[in-house]
Design a protein around this ligand. Structure first.
Ligand SMILES: CC(C)(COP(=O)(O)OP(=O)(O)OC[C@H]1O[C@@H](n2cnc3c(N)ncnc32)[C@H](O)[C@@H]1OP(=O)(O)O)[C@@H](O)C(=O)NCCC(=O)NCCS
Length: 176
């Protein structure tokens, strides 16, 4: 898979890109396969959420091409005493036309570096067992599967298992 898309920038999300980020989110959600929801939150809810997280310094990077958002990755910190060293990739996605060009890898790298700077040591995520491309992608980054929730999703009459995956950002802390 080549990494030829030089005209794409990977930047932290900012207010000017919220609408375009929302469109990108909506497009990937409407594929009905990959995310935890099939309809994106409303633009207003998205705006509120993004602005609140920007204030808190939550790592959320976007891929921008010709002033349009074509991908995103975010790590939300886990809450509560005892869990502050960890966070979760709530959602990540790249628009269909831009997949397989190295954008996801760049987004993930920027987001995990920012998460580490925020003090996060462990980052976790959920992925559908049917999403073999994403599992392949996460394994290449260094995520490992920690367990599986059986038949955790039932959508359009089809069951899907959900894998729990995680990565430790400090290589001196082995995952097992
Ligand atoms: C999963 C996803 C974020 C990966 O982003 P991407 O930009 O397509 O991935 P990249 O091009 O950066 O690929 C990085 C590596 O992952 C692997 N990979 C990515 N897409 C793949 C595919 N379609 N098939 C096989 N491997 C794939 C590649 O082997 C690549 O490794 P390489 O650099 O050694 O070639 C993207 O495909 C996507 O948005 N998918 C739909 C939404 C989704 O599944 N989100 C995650 C929900 S948990």
């Amino acid at each position: 898979m080549s990494d030829t898309n030089e005209s794409i920038s990977i930047v932290p999300i900012s207010e000017q890109y919220i609408e375009s980020f929302h469109k990108c989110l909506e497009t990937v959600a409407s594929e009905r396969k990959y995310l935890g929801y099939v309809n994106a939150p409303s633009l207003e809810d998205t705006r509120e959420n993004v602005l609140a997280h920007m204030q808190r310094g939550t790592p959320r990077y976007i891929a921008v091409k010709d002033d349009k958002v074509v991908g995103w990755c975010e790590v939300l910190p886990n809450q509560g005493e005892g869990f502050n060293h960890s966070g979760k990739i709530n959602t990540m996605g790249v628009s269909a036309a831009f997949r397989g060009q190295g954008i996801g890898k760049k987004l993930m790298s920027a987001t995990l570096s920012a998460a580490e700077l925020c003090g996060m040591e462990r980052v976790e995520l959920l992925v559908y067992a049917s999403n073999v491309n994403a599992i392949d992608f996460y394994e290449k980054i260094g995520f490992v599967c920690e367990g599986t929730k059986k038949k955790a999703r039932k959508l359009d009459g089809e069951y899907d298992d959900v894998h729990v995956m995680a990565i430790f950002l400090n290589p001196e802390v082995p995952i097992a």
